[in-house]
Design a protein around this ligand. Sequence first.
Ligand code: SAM
Ligand code: SF4
Length: 336
Amino acid sequence: MTTTSPLIDPFQRAISYLRVSVTDRCDFRCVYCMSETMTFLPKKELLTLEELDRLCSAFVRLGVEKLRITGGEPLVRRDIMTFFRAMTRHLDSGRLKELTLTTNGSQLARFAGELHDAGVRRINVSLDTLDDAKFAAITRWGRLAQVLDGIDAAQKAGLKVKINAVALKGFNETELFDLQSWCAAREMGLTFIEVMPMGDLGNENRLDQYWSLKDLRGRLAERFTLTDLAERTGGPARYVRLEETGQKIGFITPLTHNFCESCNRVRLTCTGELYMCLGQEDMADLRAPLRASDADGVLEQAIRAAIARKPKGHDFDYSRQSVAGQMTRHMSHTGG
Ligand code: SAM
Ligand code: SF4
């Protein structure tokens, strides 16, 4: 039997936002996200598109209003548009308020129109630099021109684009104002993300790459008047308005800002593991209950049991110069 009472965690937070990684694969190999020689999961481990539909639909029934599709690179998953089109019914019913995605932009030229047709209205595109050579260096396999074409196509299709840039010391520090003015000219939002201690540090030491957003914000304030905005998304983003341009700039500081008390989200991996917190190892396997029965009662029970374990917060901490609370998962696993 299924019930529709909403998902409320032990700290009285309503879970209204689900991020879903639909693949662990990617056509890029960003240095802070993947090693160049990643081994990916065997295809049989992945949830099928039908299973993803069943799971997402269960969450929507239980009160999830916002679905963000991510990866890996979501647009490299074969037939992913079938999944997006299937989710349109939840937008049409009014239960789902927003269907969106985070993408590296490489496949947008091909899919922007179809995404819009499926009801997607806003997307996040990850882009750390506007310099061809630096783009090739940071993504290892990416081509900037392809992403810029994708962004053009998205805007032409009527999608609102927000750019997400990882702030990297000694890498895009010098491009702060170029990125800001480029986004202003194209009427795109811009959010900076602090690099997180995910995955194996290996030869890329993320402490070396860490550029604090406090510092970045200080640099912006040298040129602009910054007004803090009250806007909250239930996540780690905080926003300011640049008074001179009217532009909104976001800061995602999972390491230096305590945002856990208003956390409204959970993350589903492409194998059906539900992570109740980005910064904790605890997860619940939803694939087994999903496959155990064609009826959704067992699945819903497993979802409720998982939400009942959502922790109060996470423990990332760079302050001791060694990375405490470091996670061994890659961002491409939980989808960032
Ligand atoms: N492939 C898509 C993309 O790049 O937008 C979606 C998945 S990607 C894992 C989601 C976001 O995580 C991207 O904006 C990426 O820059 C960010 N990311 C990956 N590794 C990160 C890290 N170690 N610290 C902070 N952000 C990271
Ligand atoms: Fe791929 Fe996105 Fe990770 Fe870059 S950040 S390697 S584009 S999943």
